[in-house]
Design a protein around this ligand. Sequence first.
Ligand code: ZN
Length: 283
Amino acid sequence: MFRKLFCFSNCYFRRWLYGFISLLLTIAISLGNIQPSYGISWLDLVIRGIQVVQLSNISNVQEVQLGKEINQELISSGRAKIYKNQSINSYVNQIGQRLAKTSQRPNIPYTFQVVDDDSINAFATMGGYVYVHTGLIAAADNEAELASVIGHEIGHIVARHALEQMKQRAISQGLLSAAGLDRSNAIQIGMDLAISRPNSRADELEADRFGLKNIIQANYAPAGILGFMNKLLKRSGSVPSFLSTHPATSERIRILQNNIDPATANNGDGLDNRAYKNRIRSL
Ligand code: ZN
């Protein structure tokens, strides 16, 4: 009886021990497989309780939250100075919301803000955050031209370009773990990307395609996009920053021209120059 009992507990212990060892081996093998390709180990992140962002399958809600935090950092660090004119901001927001509704990604909230900067530029981060410089608003001749730029920026959000760039940069800097990217690193990278805007030629052309479709769906005259791009191309002297960060302008114009029917290019809203100048007179 005693012997039997001993055997029972011994066998039970041995079975438990084998199970435990095999579990340890499994963990060691999976970590061994993961660790060589990443900067921080998965275990490290768990132990240190770091909040990570899983970039490969980020939800809309998480992307919007990340866009919001990048926005807060851009503003608090002074990298983006929001223009304090209510009527201009609400005008840009009104155009943006009209476009967002007919975009290929209407199911997230969009935030359109005007940046106090004389250079002719606009940019987007992620989760619906779009920024338009005062210099660009002043350079446009009508609402359709301004709408075409905003439509292009929405196109970058539709195609999730910033998320892909964030992933690439995190990998190149060895910051991506198997669990994802440390949240504070994600915000820092997102802010750097917003400033440097390293959009590739392929990204630009894709954003143009989405943008053109979007402005037509929103009933803006597609002539606006050609008008604005040609204006930039003709500008002599120093190259506007819009051109340096949005490469291959002549090629983009050629492709857009191929996709716009000249017979209907002026069909739609936004070509009234006087009405536009009146709307932005407080600029
Ligand atoms: Zn772009």
